[in-house]
Write a protein that binds this ligand. Structure first.
Ligand code: F6R
Length: 609
């Protein structure tokens, strides 16, 4: 969602802010702006639309200031417009502020401030913060920010600067990420590290209720409650080049092609071939209570991560005796659930910042569950809320539509099922078979990637359809949902995923020659049933694209087009299959001329509920 970058140092801030905003574009936004302090005054430029447009407008000026803040806004309160874009200011524009999150009590604060003569110029919830800080300011900016934050309810990651303090940035967080990058004679603040990785990889992760005061050389952190805290800078592993396109036209395609490596990174050092076993250093502390003894596992997540959870349920059921439930986080948090002490709750999240997942975890914690996490972004909110967990080690995922981390989640979840299974009834030979299947996955995915041109040709044939159905059974059912989600997210084609057996209970009414169906028909115990569903579609003149297992020559008699994926263990087959669906969605979107890496209305990290 919204992106934050702040800079204080010895170089002109503007190019650093603009480059930072470019690196944050993937989070999703609809307006952008920067403000720089120069000669004790503020230069501010904001506008709706892309960072490129903002950069072109700024190029007309020669801003030399070495302190500044920049923001990409994803509209929540008020439409994308110049007035609503950040940075927001107090009346005399001495205070500038950028903010991610939502100030829930902004309306009552706004009425109070209006009563005291403050004048508002935007429809946003953020602006109230600028006036609150103005109201509280008595010469000490940290103190004023603290006092202002004491009055707000909601979530925030914010950075503030004041013309009377041209050598200081102040930042704070609650429920919205904020990291400090420590450079040589320069400091950066950002909502995620990719905004400044090219300048420094030394990072301090701020905690909720931290307030940090930053100068070019130093920083001090204290809390809203007034306690001084010590947080050290840690080096992070992610390479800046992970955020480059490396010759691919889009991050999404680059990330799809990275998937063999993503899987290698996910399984590296975690599989013990000779014992048919998996091992995760991050779970060592909870092995007894969490992995050996657990009987009830609840998986919580949203969107694509939720589909990874649905897939995991089938795999856990195959390899273990665990009772597994999978919950959409935004629903679970409002339900009366059977989570109790002894329940293991596993949160899955690429970003580690998804507000609904965070809220559901808080509920689960309240009910005494053991909280585990499967997260990609190191140091993110969810990774720090859990008692133990596993990182994807997938590097930054920039494409808004998740691809490589979904694949990584599926592999790691299968490994977690293997771990639990081997502690219980799963035999060493069965375990070895699973290990072997997982180790061959990178090669299987390579083989699907080699089919990219063939998949592109099929996509070109169908890209003008307005509707699609995706069907699959058992392990392939979550992949049908994921295939439909990928297609609608980036191509804006209406697509529905359904369990193949459910088709005849309603979905089939939609089928005609203009309503194609993607059938996941890889070889497993449900194959024959899925083929019957394909026959039903065929009888109603529906066109069919089949994802089938290599060697299945008969399927071409029913399907109009076939994409083959390599044969492997039944529950691993959907993983190469979903790669074919990602490519299909990508090429459909390309044929339709869509903005693939920044699809409309979507955000990479959904930090509002
Ligand atoms: C879809 C997609 C979203 C996310 C969802 C959860 O391609 O990326 O559906 O999966 O917003 O995000 P995380 O995994 O960051 O919690």
């Amino acid at each position: 969602m919204c992106g934050i970058i702040g800079y204080i140092g010895n170089k002109p801030a503007t190019p650093i802010l603009i480059e930072g905003l470019r690196r944050l574009e993937y989070r999703g936004y609809d307006s952008a702006g920067i403000a720089v302090i120069e000669n004790d005054a503020v230069c501010r430029v904001r506008m709706p639309g892309k960072v490129e447009k903002l950069a072109a407008k700024i190029a007309q000026h020669q801003f030399e200031g070495t302190i500044g803040i920049g923001h990409t806004r994803w509209a929540t309160h008020g439409k994308p417009s110049e007035a609503n874009a950040h940075p927001h200011a107090n009346g005399d524009e001495s205070i500038m502020l950028i903010h991610n999150g939502i100030i829930e009590n902004h309306q009552s604060l706004c009425s109070q401030l209006t009563g005291r003569g403050y004048h508002f110029t935007s429809e946003t919830d953020t602006e109230v913060m600028a006036h609150l800080i103005d109201d509280a300011y008595r010469g000490d900016l940290v103190q004023a920010v603290k006092q202002a934050l004491g009055q707000v309810t909601g979530t925030y990651g914010l950075v503030v600067m004041h013309t009377r303090h041209p050598d200081q940035l102040v930042a704070a967080r609650r429920g919205s990420p904020m990291v400090l990058g420590v450079g040589d004679g320069e400091m950066l603040l950002a909502s995620d590290v990719s905004a400044f990785l090219r300048l420094t990889n030394k990072v301090v992760y701020l905690e909720d209720d931290d307030i940090v005061s930053v100068t070019t050389k130093d920083f001090t952190i204290d809390t809203l409650a007034g306690e001084q805290v010590q947080r050290d800078a840690e080096p992070i592993e992610w390479q800046d080049n992970a955020a480059d396109l490396e010759g691919f036209p889009h991050y999404m395609l680059k990330e799809i092609f990275e998937q063999p490596e993503t899987i290698t990174n996910a399984i590296r050092g975690r599989l013990v071939e000779s014992e048919g076993m998996a091992h995760f250093g991050g779970l060592d502390d909870v092995l007894e209570e969490g992995m050996k003894a657990a009987q009830h596992l609840v998986i919580i997540s949203c969107g694509t991560s939720y589909y990874a959870g649905l897939y995991a349920r089938y795999v856990f059921e195959k390899l273990t005796d665990l009772i597994v439930e999978v919950e959409i986080a935004s629903e679970m948090r409002y339900r009366k659930t059977n989570i109790r002490p002894g329940t293991v709750v596993l949160a899955i999240s690429q970003s580690g910042e998804t507000a609904d997942t965070v809220a559901a975890m808080r509920e689960a914690e309240r009910k005494g569950a053991l909280l585990l996490g499967l997260v990609n972004v190191v140091g993110s909110t969810i990774s720090r809320m859990t008692k133990a967990g596993v990182y994807n080690h997938g590097g930054p995922e920039i494409g808004v539509a998740s691809t490589k981390i979904f694949i990584s989640q599926c592999c790691i979840l299968a490994m977690m099922a293997l771990l639990h299974g081997r502690f219980n009834h799963l035999s060493v030979t069965d375990g070895m078979e699973v290990v072997n299947g997982l180790m061959r996955l990178p090669d299987h995915i390579h083989r699907v990637l080699k089919e990219a041109n063939h998949i592109h040709a099929i996509a070109a044939k169908y890209a003008q359809a307005n509707n699609f159905l995706f069907i699959g059974r058992k392990y392939n059912y979550p992949m049908a949902l994921e295939g439909a989600l990928k297609l609608k997210e980036i191509s804006y084609i209406h697509a529905e995923g359904c369990a193949a057996g459910e088709m005849k209970h309603g979905f089939i009414a939609m089928i005609d020659e203009n309503f194609p169906t993607v059938c996941l028909a890889t070889r497993d115990t449900t194959y024959e049933k899925t083929v019957s569903n394909m026959q039903e579609i065929k009888s109603r003149n529906g066109r069919i694209i089949a994802i089938a297992t290599e060697g299945d020559d008969e399927i071409g008699d029913i399907a109009d087009d076939v994409i083959y994926t390599p044969a492997t263990l039944d529950f691993l087959q959907p993983i190469p299959a979903v790669v074919a669906l990602q490519l299909f969605a990508y090429y459909c979107a390309m044929e339709r001329g869509c903005d693939i890496d920044q699809p409309r209305n979507l955000a990479k990290s959904v930090t509002v509920e």
